[in-house]
Design a protein around this ligand. Sequence first.
Ligand SMILES: CC(C)(COP(=O)(O)OP(=O)(O)OC[C@H]1O[C@@H](n2cnc3c(N)ncnc32)[C@H](O)[C@@H]1OP(=O)(O)O)[C@@H](O)C(=O)NCCC(=O)NCCS
Length: 164
Amino acid sequence: MSVQPNLPEPDQLRWSEGGIVASPAVAALAASSFDPQYREAWTELQIANLLAGGNAWLDLCHAGQELVAFALNRQVLDEVELLLCAVSPAWRGRRIGLRMMEQVADSARKRGGKRLFLEVRQGNEAAMALYLSAGLRQEGRRPAYYRTVVGDSIDAITFASFLQ
Ligand SMILES: CC(C)(COP(=O)(O)OP(=O)(O)OC[C@H]1O[C@@H](n2cnc3c(N)ncnc32)[C@H](O)[C@@H]1OP(=O)(O)O)[C@@H](O)C(=O)NCCC(=O)NCCS
């Protein structure tokens, strides 16, 4: 995929970390980002509950007031799991996903994270291409990990990388 000519100017995008107060905006972006048949988007309550736990955070990207991308992360000891991430449909294909992965790695390192891992639904080619571009490696497969709205099973592919 080639980078589109109308790349946002760097100063158009603002990266930050976020917590529970960002849950409504993140849930709204998740709802508009994921195909509902796969039931991947978390609800506002699920996001808020996770962030209330104290070991999770958001990496956020804004253009003005608009939330353009997010990553929801959880840390256990020196392992960080990227649980959910998305780039707003209108902003895809501009390497924002790649920059988001750099943000995730930076914020994880800052917390003492040594390893980053995640699961992705088999068939999510865009996400798998992003993770490979970001330097993660495919580690394994969890058979029938996801279930669609009509009850079909889909494997999860696990990716990981060491944070240096
Ligand atoms: C996956 C997602 C975050 C990618 O965001 P993005 O900003 O469009 O990605 P980028 O522009 O940074 O692209 C990064 C790499 O992935 C590749 N890629 C992105 N979308 C792709 C697509 N639809 N098909 C194939 N490759 C794709 C790019 O070519 C690029 O590779 P390169 O570095 O070799 O050029 C975005 O498509 C998305 O939000 N999808 C819906 C939510 C989702 O599936 N989240 C992940 C699971 S939690």
